[in-house]
Design a protein around this ligand. Structure first.
Ligand code: CP3
Length: 346
């Protein structure tokens, strides 16, 4: 007899599920004491480059909470180092050689991930041996536009003025850079799939900085190119355009099977825009985890009600978990989602 599909993969494909699967963006990290213990010994970059340790911290939240998916411990910036970028973390990415002129774009090369990030592929192989079947492994990459933001700006920012003004001032060079990032990320995601990940997610954390016009003319063609580069792989593709409420009609055209929805837009409204051919993932406000249990419960129920009875909902937060979150609130969340959706079939 064929084993039933794990609920996370079934929901990505909009198949019926025994309960709503749940995982959490940034589920491995500093809110977990067991993660902080590993981080006392190694810095973040070393952690991402040591397969045994990266695998260990990937498994930590799955072990503690019984989550329905694992996400590879790495960073969206990991694969750009091999393109010729000087990268450090403090605590967010800091770029030593930001891209400020069209000539700078030529410096970046599309590299072979097997040569530049073998440690990522090795971590995936370890994880596929060690993870339970109930927790499929998600591989991921940054969307071209979000990587562009860090590479041009040189680090994090609220407004990314340098990155955005590069679009307006040098649209042709911007497109060259976006396309190069799109190709590199397609190769990177494909290598992760070949190493064994069971779903692929693209994080577009800064999509919401763009108007629908700029999104359509710069970010969307690039992310489409990444997804087109993954054709023929038989695994679910997830796209998360953060703060993308005004971009969803366009975001749907990226070519993913699942759209991540941030906490600003109720899922019923997201579903009304994107239709029933894609699944949705989200979207509890990460701040709800700081509320007393009864108020947190109300917020969880509201997300489930908004998602509705049709198949194709993966429960998640509407952005990454905050580093001061109480792990017991996460345990409560995972248990209630399972308990309250058991037997719903959808
Ligand atoms: O558990 C998981 O979700 C997997 C690991 C993961 C990390 N970063 C680990 C990390 C994932 C999926 C990411 C993606 C990522 N990285 C994104 C997209 C998601 C989002 O939040 O929008 C972005 C924008 C980055 C860039 C980045 N890396 C920032 C802004 C920061 C600093 C912010 C922070 O949380 O401290 C990082 C560093 C980083 N990436 C940490 C972790 C666990 C903290 C490093 C540490 O332990 O000191």
């Amino acid at each position: 007899m064929r084993r039933p599909e794990p609920p996370f993969l079934a929901a990505c494909r909009r198949n019926p599920v025994p309960f709503t699967p749940v995982w959490i963006m940034r589920q491995a990290g500093r809110y977990l004491p067991e993660y902080r213990k590993v981080r006392e010994k190694v810095d973040f970059l070393t952690l991402t480059k040591t397969p045994e340790l990266a695998a260990e911290v990937t498994i930590q939240p799955v072990r503690r909470f019984g989550l329905d998916a694992a996400i590879l411990f790495s960073d969206i910036m990991t694969p750009v180092e091999g393109m010729g970028v000087d990268l450090e973390f403090d605590p967010g990415p800091v770029i030593g050689n930001p891209i400020r002129r069209p000539e700078d774009v030529d410096r970046l090369r599309v590299a072979d991930p097997r040569e530049t990030v073998p440690f990522v592929l090795e971590a995936i192989e370890i994880l596929r041996r060690e993870l339970p079947e109930s927790a499929p492994l998600i591989g991921f990459a940054g969307a071209p536009w979000t990587l562009f933001c860090y590479l041009v700006e040189g680090g994090g920012s609220k407004t990314f003025i340098k990155a955005k003004s590069f679009l307006f001032a040098e649209p042709d060079s911007a497109r060259v850079l976006l396309n190069r990032l799109a190709e590199m990320m397609a190769a990177y995601l494909r290598a992760q799939a070949e190493a064994g990940v069971q779903a692929l997610m693209v994080f577009d954390s800064w999509a919401g900085l763009l108007s629908p016009y700029e999104f359509r003319s710069f970010a969307l063609p690039a992310v489409r190119r990444t997804f087109e580069g993954l054709r023929g792989l038989d695994l679910p593709l997830i796209y998360f355009p953060n703060q993308g409420s005004t971009l969803l009609e366009d975001a749907k055209l990226a070519g993913a099977d699942v759209l991540g929805i941030d906490w600003r837009l109720p899922l019923s409204r997201a579903r009304a825009v994107v239709g029933s051919e894609v699944a949705v993932q989200g979207n509890l406000d990460p701040a709800a985890l700081f509320a007393p249990r009864d108020a947190l419960g109300t917020q969880i129920r509201s997300v489930l009600r908004e998602a509705g009875p049709e198949p194709g909902h993966i429960f998640n937060l509407g952005h990454g978990i905050e580093r001061t979150t109480d792990p017991d609130a996460v345990a409560f969340l995972v248990d209630r989602v399972h308990e309250w959706t058991e037997g719903n079939g959808g």
